[in-house]
Design a binder for this molecule. Structure first.
Ligand SMILES: *Cc1c(COP(=O)(O)O)cnc(C)c1O
Length: 388
């Protein structure tokens, strides 16, 4: 029976500590959440600027729903593209300093649109080995050849590009790697893209709102000039605190995605109220220098405490300058135990296991938010110090 095999596969997940379970939050997302009746200090959110519970965003969302209804009613092409959607795209393009932007329901869908729209059978995609799952799936969907280079190894990438005879080439990378927190050398990647006439597609899910001038993201962080071959994707459910995503870049790329990005064309446009809220969110990001400075101070404080602690305990502190601060424990059982220890003390820090991270590199993924206070960081450090 088909079910027998599935039951065995689930039992195998249990045996390897790899079955996933969800927790139900009984309070809004934020640094303090209620889970199963207990208050926990949470370090698991990607709400880096603490905007998800911001009163002005909530008001903009409610106001957007009153003015524009609960749903968009259709895909953008069939009549689901409303004034707030159009305004958001123009605001995003202006904020990013790129010719045009297109919004999507989720980042996963945005990534599934871009690569398959730009390359296909017989073409080649050059992808960092630690790219996000949605980028990996996008390559599979494109039917292009997937050539993966070692993490952040631009010399290896250059060798692959030189040896390629593919007609169309595309370099695909996270800007900030989601489970490691380190950054791709985008300046170098853009030079390689220019030299080899390749597209450069950058997933800035964890950079938008956090990095660069006024939170404009990774391109601004590197001071990169807009290039027609650079396609930027970013999510709006992380630092922007709401949900959704954008792809921004050259006018022709966006026009092509509107006609040929399948996950754009064949999916209902997001509720217009989300776009209304996101307009407010971009205002808050732009004016959020204080939040970013506070976040940076928390990162410095956490790393200062973690470095000696990790050294003593045989853990490894990842080389990350941003709000994602992975503490690599190695063994999956040990990572789960450490996470459980923290939870007994009232802290919620998720353990990340394979296949999300490579075998033998299970970790705690600590993520900081501007909504945390310095004392929250100290509480976390003390709890790690007390680990058995
Ligand atoms: C979260 C994430 C996505 C997916 O975005 P959603 O809006 O959550 O679907 C894509 N890429 C990276 C690197 C991410 O971290």
């Amino acid at each position: 029976m088909v079910f027998d095999e599935l039951e065995l596969a689930l039992a195998e997940l249990d045996r390897a500590h790899l079955r996933r379970h969800r927790r139900v939050l009984e309070s809004p997302a934020g640094p303090r959440v209620t889970v199963e009746g207990r208050r926990l200090l949470s370090f698991c959110s990607n709400d880096y600027l603490g905007l998800a519970a911001h009163p002005e965003l909530i008001a903009a969302l409610a106001e957007g729903a009153r003015g524009w209804g609960a749903g968009s009613g259709a895909s953008a092409l069939l009549g689901g593209h409303l004034v707030p959607h159009e305004a958001l795209e123009q605001r995003l393009a202006g904020f990013l300093g790129l010719p045009r932007a297109l919004t999507f329901t989720t980042g996963y869908l945005a990534n599934l649109a871009v690569t398959p729209a730009l390359v296909g059978r017989g073409d080649e995609v050059f992808a960092d080995r630690l790219n996000h799952a949605s980028l990996i799936d996008a390559v599979v969907l494109s039917r292009a050849r997937h050539r993966r280079y070692p993490h952040n190894d631009s010399a290896a990438l250059e060798r692959l590009l030189k040896s390629s005879t593919a007609r169309r080439k595309l370099i695909l990378t996270d800007s900030v790697f989601s489970m490691d927190g380190d950054m791709a050398a985008l300046d170098r990647l853009l030079v390689l893209a220019e030299e080899h006439d390749a597209w450069l597609v950058v997933d800035d899910a964890h950079g938008f709102g956090v990095l660069g001038q006024e939170g404009r993201g990774a391109l601004s962080h590197f001071g990169l000039q807009a290039s027609p071959r650079l396609v930027l994707m970013g999510t709006l459910g992380k630092a922007a605190g709401v949900g959704g995503a954008f792809v921004a870049g050259d006018e022709r790329v966006v026009e092509w995605l509107i006609s040929r990005g399948r996950s754009y064309v064949f999916s209902t446009a997001p509720p217009p109220a989300l776009a209304a809220a996101l307009l407010m969110s971009i205002d808050l990001i732009e004016a959020g220098e204080g939040r970013r400075q506070h976040l940076q101070a928390l990162i410095t404080r956490l790393r200062g405490g973690l470095a000696p602690l990790a050294f003593r305990r045989g853990w490894r502190l990842a080389d990350s300058a941003g709000p994602i601060q992975p503490l690599i424990v190695g063994d999956t059982g040990k990572a789960l135990e450490l996470s459980a220890h923290l939870e007994r003390l009232g802290l919620w820090v998720p353990a990340i296991r394979p296949p999300t991270v490579p075998e033998g590199s299970s970790r705690l993924r600590i993520s900081l938010s501007a909504a945390h206070g310095e004392s929250d960081v100290d509480t976390l450090l003390a709890a790690l110090e007390a680990a058995p």
